[in-house]
Design a protein around this ligand. Structure first.
Ligand code: UD1
Ligand code: CA
Length: 456
C-alpha cells in the first residue's frame, strides 16, 4: 500500500472558557510542555508533510510555541470562535487543492500517540473517505457520541448538548481526531455544515452524517480512552497529567531505570534517563534534564535544566537549576543548590551549599556551607574553582574570583581575591582565648557545668 502525502490541521483557537483562564487553553502545561506541543510532537512523529495550526487573534505566544517545534508550520487565524468546522475552514487555502489526506487534530488532546495517527493514516491509504478515531468512555460526559447502524457502520456524531436521552447513554465517543481522503472532500463537506444546533456553532462532527448521505466510506478506528482525553477543565488537565506521568515513568523504567515509588516521581516530556539509574521517592524533574547511566538521585530532589553525568550521586534534598552540568562521578549532597555551573568529574559538593555561575574542577571538594556570592545587586559574576582545590566549610567566594588548582581555603573565609594554585588562603579573625573565663562566670551565677534552666 502506498502512503498518501498528508497534511494536518491542528485546532487551537478555542478560548478554553471551562478552564477559567487568561492563558490560551493549549498553552497550559502538561509534563512541562504546552498541550499544543504534545499534539504537534505526535503529528511530527507520524511524518506528516505539512502542519497547519489554527489560532485566535492575539494568540502570538501560541504561534511562537508552535513554530519553535515546526519552523515550517503554517498558521491561520480564525476570526471568531464559531465552532470546530469554522476553525478548520480558516485553513482552507492550505488544504482545498491538496490531493493527499488531511487530518484534523484538536490542540487539547495531548495524550495522542503517533501510532494512533499512523493507524488512521493506514485506513485513509486503504481508501476510506473519512475516518474518525473513537473510544469507549467510562464517563462520556462532554464528548460527542458516535452513532452506528445495526451493522456497526459509523453513521454520524451527536454532540452532547444536542443528544436525546438514549443517545446520551451511548458510551462510544468521538476523540475529535478525524481524517479525510483529500482536501476536496473536506472542503466540500465543510461548505455544507450549518449551525442549527444547541450551541449555534459549526460542528466539524456533522461531516460524518453528510459523508454517509453522499454514500462516502466513513470508518471508525477505535483507540484507548486514556489516549484521547480532551482537556476542557483544570480537573481534566490534572487527569491528563497523571496519565502522561504514568506513561513517562513506564518509558524510563523500560529503559533500565529503577523507580522505588514511581507514583512519587514527576518527569517532563523531554526527560532523558540512562540505564541502571535509581530514582528514589519524591523527586521532581522539570524540563531539559538528561541523566546518565548509573546515576543515583536520592529522595526529595528538584531538578530542572541539568545534565547529570554517569555515576553521579545527587541528593537527598538537592536542587539543580538550569545550566547545571555534573561530570561523571560528581557528588551533590543535601541542601545544595546549583545553577549555571559545571561540577567536573569526581568533584564533591556535599552539604548546605550554593554554587551559582561557577565551575568546580575535577575532584575538588567544596565544604559544607560554601556560598558563591555571584550577585552584587547589579550583575552576576563567575567563580572558578580549580581541579583538586579544597574549599573549607562556611567559605564565601565573592565573585568574580578564581581559586587555583590544588589550592586550599581555610574554613570560614571570605575570599574576594584570586588564589594561586596550591596556595593556602584564609581570611578570618584571629582566635582569642581567656583561660578559666567560663568557670568564673558559672561560679558567679551559681551554676554547674552543663546546668541551667531548660528554657520555658
Ligand atoms: C469536541 C467535539 C466532540 C469530541 C471532543 C473530543 C466538536 C463539535 N465536538 O468537543 O465531538 O468528543 O471534541 O475532545 O468538534 N476550537 C477552535 N475554534 C472553535 C472551537 C474550537 O479552534 O471555534 C478548537 C479548540 O481550541 C480545541 C478544539 O477545537 O482545541 C476542540 O474544541 P472544544 O470546544 O474543546 O470541543 P469539545 O466540546 O471538547
Ligand atoms: Ca475539547
Amino acid at each position: 500500500m502506498t502512503q498518501n502525502s498528508v497534511l494536518a490541521v491542528v485546532l487551537a483557537a478555542g478560548k478554553g472558557a471551562r478552564m477559567k483562564t487568561e492563558l490560551p487553553k493549549v498553552m497550559h502545561a502538561l509534563a512541562g510542555a504546552p498541550l499544543l506541543a504534545h499534539v504537534l510532537t505526535a503529528a511530527k512523529g507520524a511524518s506528516i508533510d505539512r502542519i497547519c495550526a489554527v489560532i485566535a487573534p492575539g494568540m502570538e505566544e501560541v504561534e511562537v510555541v508552535a513554530r519553535a517545534l515546526d519552523p515550517d508550520l503554517a498558521v491561520f487565524v480564525q476570526a471568531e470562535p464559531q465552532g470546530t468546522a469554522d476553525a478548520v475552514k480558516a485553513a482552507q487555502s492550505a488544504f482545498a487543492g491538496f490531493a493527499g489526506s488531511v487530518l484534523v487534530l484538536y490542540g487539547d488532546t495531548p495524550l495522542l500517540r503517533t501510532e494512533t495517527l499512523n493507524r488512521l493514516r493506514r485506513e485513509l491509504d486503504d481508501g476510506a473517505d473519512l475516518v474518525v478515531i473513537g473510544f469507549e468512555a467510562s464517563d462520556p460526559t462532554g464528548y460527542g457520541r458516535l452513532l452506528l447502524d445495526d451493522g456497526g457502520t459509523l453513521m454520524g456524531i451527536r454532540e452532547e448538548k444536542d443528544a436525546s436521552e438514549t443517545e446520551r447513554a451511548l458510551t462510544l465517543c468521538n476523540s475529535g481526531i478525524m481524517g479525510f481522503r483529500n482536501g476536496k472532500i473536506l472542503a466540500d463537506l465543510l461548505s455544507r455544515i450549518g449551525n442549527a444546533n444547541a450551541k449555534g456553532e459549526f460542528y466539524l462532527t456533522d461531516a460524518v452524517a453528510l459523508a454517509r448521505a453522499d454514500g462516502l466510506d466513513a470508518r471508525l478506528v477505535p483507540s484507548e480512552g486514556s489516549e484521547v482525553l480532551g482537556v476542557n477543565s483544570r480537573a481534566e488537565l490534572a487527569q491528563a497529567e497523571a496519565a502522561m506521568q504514568a506513561r513517562l515513568r513506564r518509558e524510563i523504567m523500560a529503559g533500565g531505570a529503577t523507580l522505588i515509588a514511581p507514583e512519587t516521581v514527576f518527569l517532563s516530556h523531554d526527560t532523558k534517563v540512562g540505564k541502571d539509574v535509581t530514582i528514589e521517592p519524591n523527586v521532581i524533574i522539570g524540563p531539559g534534564v538528561v541523566i546518565g547511566d548509573n546515576v543515583t538521585i536520592r529522595g526529595f530532589c528538584h531538578i530542572v535544566g541539568a545534565n547529570i553525568g554517569a555515576n553521579a550521586v545527587v541528593g537527598p534534598f538537592a536542587r539543580l537549576r538550569p545550566g547545571t552540568a555534573l561530570g561523571p562521578k560528581a557528588h551533590v549532597g543535601n541542601f545544595v543548590e546549583i545553577k549555571q555551573a559545571e561540577i567536573a568529574e569526581g568533584a564533591k559538593v556535599n552539604h548546605l551549599t550554593y554554587i551559582g555561575d561557577a565551575s568546580v574542577g575535577a575532584r575538588a571538594n567544596v565544604g559544607a556551607g560554601t556560598i558563591t556570592c555571584n550577585y552584587d545587586g547589579f550583575a552576576k559574576h563567575r567563580t572558578e574553582i580549580g581541579a583538586g582545590a579544597f574549599i573549607g566549610s562556611n567559605t564565601s567566594l565573592v565573585a568574580p574570583v578564581k581559586i587555583g588548582e590544588g589550592a586550599y581555603i581555610g574554613s570560614g573565609s571570605v575570599i574576594s581575591k584570586d588564589v594561586p594554585a596550591d596556595a593556602l588562603a584564609l581570611s578570618r579573625a584571629p582566635q582569642e582565648e581567656r583561660p578559666g573565663w567560663a568557670a568564673r562566670l558559672r561560679k558567679q551565677r551559681g551554676r554547674e557545668r552543663g546546668g541551667g534552666n531548660n528554657g520555658t
